[in-house]
Design a protein around this ligand. Structure first.
Ligand code: KIV
Length: 262
């Protein structure tokens, strides 16, 4: 079984960490059977599952449902749940309560977006035995501050701030750190500066691991494809083909045949 200790040890052994998102039971089961190390119940569910433009609208109740069904499916991988917008920013008390709710439904830890401003919150969660994954760079819950899904850490000053944030998150007790949409050179520097694993998404190949959104790599979410996404399948096309065939067969009276009747 993958634990936070396993993940930290993988960096020491220079073994790449493979992570994907999941929001439902059947996909989580396939990911787990395929040996994915970390299965993230991402708040990207707001986009690729629920069709929202941003991650901001998803609620604790909705995330808890996703976390519950994913946790039920996973026997080996480490299930981490994304804390949605306003579930941890309001107070340390809210953060503890909401993170605890994720653990109650089966998640093994939580992910929080942000650097210096949430370090105290993370320290408290970790002290209470709740594993935390950090997330810096392009943090989608701050989309309106950034003015779009833009590359972060482009200037010397921004880069230095992100390195500082990474060090703070490591000392706060995070067991790993997501680096989203930052230059590869900066991600390499951060990866070398801290002893916890970095998990990149649009952050180049020098991170200790990689994460992508499942619906993106499967070709199941077709509204928008970021540059860093590689499509490993075209499941949307396959669903279309199957649905058209079913429709055709029903219209023509081919389905149900004797084999599928009583
Ligand atoms: O919500 C999400 O899926 C994420 C990952 C892509 C890092 O935060």
């Amino acid at each position: 079984m993958v634990t936070t200790e396993t993940i930290i040890a993988m960096k020491k052994k220079q073994e790449k960490i493979v992570c994907l998102t999941a929001y439902d039971y059947p996909c989580a089961r396939i990911l787990d059977e395929s040996g994915i190390d970390i299965i993230l119940v991402g708040d990207s569910a707001a986009n690729v599952f629920a069709g929202e433009k941003y991650t901001l609208p998803i609620t604790m109740e909705e995330m808890l449902y996703h976390a519950k069904v994913v946790s039920r499916a996973v026997e080996n991988g480490l299930v981490i749940a994304d804390m949605p917008f306003l579930s941890y920013q309001t107070s340390i008390r809210d953060a503890i309560y909401n993170a605890g709710r994720f653990l109650k439904v089966g998640a093994c830890g939580v992910k929080l977006e942000g650097g210096a401003p949430i370090v105290e919150t993370i320290k408290r969660l970790v002290d209470l035995g709740i594993p935390v994954m950090g997330h810096i760079g392009l943090t989608p819950q701050s989309i309106h501050k950034f003015g779009g899904y833009k590359l972060q850490g482009k200037t010397e000053e921004e880069g230095a701030r992100l390195i500082k944030d990474a060090e703070l998150l490591e000392s706060a007790g995070c067991f790993s750190l997501v680096l989203e949409k930052i230059p590869s050179r900066l991600a390499k520097k951060i990866t070398e500066a801290i002893s916890i694993p970095t998990i990149g998404i649009g952050a180049g190949s020098d991170c200790d691991g990689q994460i992508l959104v499942l619906h993106d790599i499967l070709g199941l979410f077709e509204n928008f494809t970021p540059k860093f996404v590689k499509k490993y399948a075209h499941i949307g096309d396959e669903i279309r083909r199957a649905v058209h065939q079913f429709k055709d067969e029903v219209k023509k009276g081919i389905y149900p045949d004797e084999k599928h009747s009583f």
